[in-house]
Design a binder for this molecule. Structure first.
Ligand code: NAD
Length: 487
């Protein structure tokens, strides 16, 4: 097998729009650059879609919908299965591409290819398990039947932090359900999605079922698609502020909507926890994806009797991490996505320090090229510090304390977000109590990672609504028709 190099992956990735089964340039013939966040250099140029390209992509999705809805479920499933095999076989190429455009270390990119591919495998198995119900009318006489049908053409908007998995988490269930799609990846990281589209095409996805538009004008190109009466569903993963705006736009056509938005995950460490395991879990929950994950632990709430030991151990581990370009062997922490993102993280740290927090490790930008930030642990972070209320999206762990279980739950729930909460404890009765009391869509107990294609991923409150993965995932793409049958 030929060696996988930067040159080989960048020369083989598509850089055009995929519309109606054709790879083509933007109607304006313009392009925009994709940068390597580790160096700031331009990797490639990709087609810059216009509003008319967006409409053409929706035209193609609408035209393909009827045939796709009646394609045998087994056939839809087999296409997903084939794409799963292809992605898995090409892990090295896809991982390198992802690291180049997004910055995360190669080992993490490989992990995302595996995680992302799992959604295709899971939904390949779900495609053949779509079924309705049959019931006798409680009053006797008629029969009550339900059918499940695809929702219809769907617009998918995805973020830069998991450029592949945020695509497969939506595309997998949509393909399984029989929906056609227009996908708009983030402008920072379009390459992984374009590579995924090429894989799905190779796996036999018919023309027009999946259309991909890359653009530097997301707002302008997206809005007409969302307001188009032919669209039936919008699914978005990204920030709460943009999500809110898209929900407003989707009201016009009363679209089915799924929103996977921001988070502010609490990480609770109780006095009975296995502290070594809690520190291992904290490293995962904080440092996965350089802290640029909606599931990142944002607040470490630790029982006051163990906080010093926990914070010191966490600082030792965080301080020992190797920061650098994600393609370099041994690197554990890559660059943040942009200079603006790095400035935002640094401001949160400065604010906490001004209010009295202590820096146990890090707390500074790493000098030189690229947007690197030193892994940081802040102790004694006072209530009111912005770092506790805002999504950090970087390698910063603020540590604070609680006095008892009720205080822990109260502080954990004191956020407008509700995506995921983590807790370390060995008390099983407490596990049940807090799982019920925590106001989050997901709870991780004695683990720093909850994401799994077989489980329903999603949040409550300002973290959004809808679930991706699990049995629930496909229902986001299905409508129920009830038939009243009088025999
Ligand atoms: P973002 O909201 O800035 O962008 C997300 C996507 O929306 C991108 O494709 C972007 O180009 C597009 N976009 C931006 N403005 C738009 C507009 N006005 N109209 C239409 N599209 C627009 O978010 P981001 O910075 O790319 O991603 C980080 C955010 O995503 C974080 O808040 C993170 O928590 C969230 N996220 C959530 C989940 C989840 O599953 N809950 C997963 C990953 C990321």
């Amino acid at each position: 097998m030929a060696a996988v190099t930067q040159k080989s992956v960048l020369s083989s990735v598509p850089t055009q729009l995929l519309i109606g089964g054709e790879w083509r340039d933007s109607l304006s013939a313009t392009t925009f650059p994709v940068h390597d966040p580790a160096t700031g250099s331009v990797l490639v140029e990709v087609a810059d879609a216009t509003i008319a390209d967006g409409t053409a992509a929706l035209d193609a999705a609408v035209a393909a919908q009827a045939d796709w809805a009646t394609t045998a479920p087994r056939e839809r499933g087999e296409i997903l299965r084939c794409a799963f095999e292809l992605l898995t076989a090409r892990t090295e190429e896809l991982a390198l591409l992802m690291t180049l455009e997004m910055g995360k270390p190669l080992a993490e990119s490989r992990g995302e290819v595996t995680y992302g591919a799992e959604f295709l495998r899971w939904f390949s198995e779900e495609a053949v398990r779509i079924h309705g119900r049959y019931a006798v009318n409680p009053a006797g006489g008629s029969r009550l039947l339900t059918l499940q049908k695809p929702v219809g053409p769907t617009f998918m908007v995805t973020p830069w932090n998991f450029p592949l998995a945020m695509g497969t988490r939506k595309i997998g269930p949509a393909v399984a359900a029989g929906c056609t799609m227009v996908v708009k990846p983030a402008g920072e990281t379009p390459l992984s999605m374009l590579a995924l589209a090429a894989v799905l095409e190779e796996a036999g996805l018919p023309p027009g079922v999946l259309n991909v538009i890359t653009t530097s004008s997301s707002a302008e190109v997206s809005e007409p698609i969302i307001r188009d009466p032919r669209l039936r569903k919008l699914t978005f993963t990204g920030s709460t502020s943009v999500g809110r705006r898209l929900v407003e736009q989707s009201a016009e056509q009363l679209l089915r909507v799924s929103m996977e938005l921001g988070g502010n995950a609490p990480f609770l460490v109780f006095e009975d926890a296995d502290l070594d395991a809690a520190v291992d879990g904290a490293m995962l929950a904080k440092m996965r994806n350089i802290g640029e994950a909606c599931t990142s632990a944002n607040r470490f709430l630790v029982h006051e009797s163990v906080v010093d030991d926990f914070a010191a151990a966490l600082a030792r581990r965080m301080g020992a991490l190797t920061v650098g370009k994600g393609t370099k062997a041994g690197v554990e922490v890559g660059p943040l996505i942009t200079e603006t993102a790095r400035d935002g993280v640094d401001e949160l740290v400065r604010d906490a320090v001004e209010r009295g927090a202590t820096v146990l490790t890090g707390g500074v930008k790493v000098a030189g090229r690229g947007h690197f930030y030193a892994p940081t642990v802040l102790a004694d972070v006072p209530a009111g510090a912005r770092v506790l209320t805002e999504e950090i999206f970087g390698p910063v762990a603020p540590v604070t304390t609680f006095t008892d279980e009720a205080d822990a739950v109260r502080q954990a729930n004191a956020t407008e977000y509700g995506l995921v909460a983590y807790a370390y404890t060995r008390d099983h009765a407490r596990v049940l109590r807090i799982s019920e009391a925590l106001d989050f869509g997901m709870v991780g107990i004695n683990t720093g990672i909850v994401s799994n294609a077989a489980a329903p991923f999603g949040g409550v409150k300002h973290s959004g609504f809808g679930r991706e993965g699990g049995f629930e995932g496909i229902h986001e793409y299905l409508e129920t028709t009830y038939v009243s049958l009088n025999p």
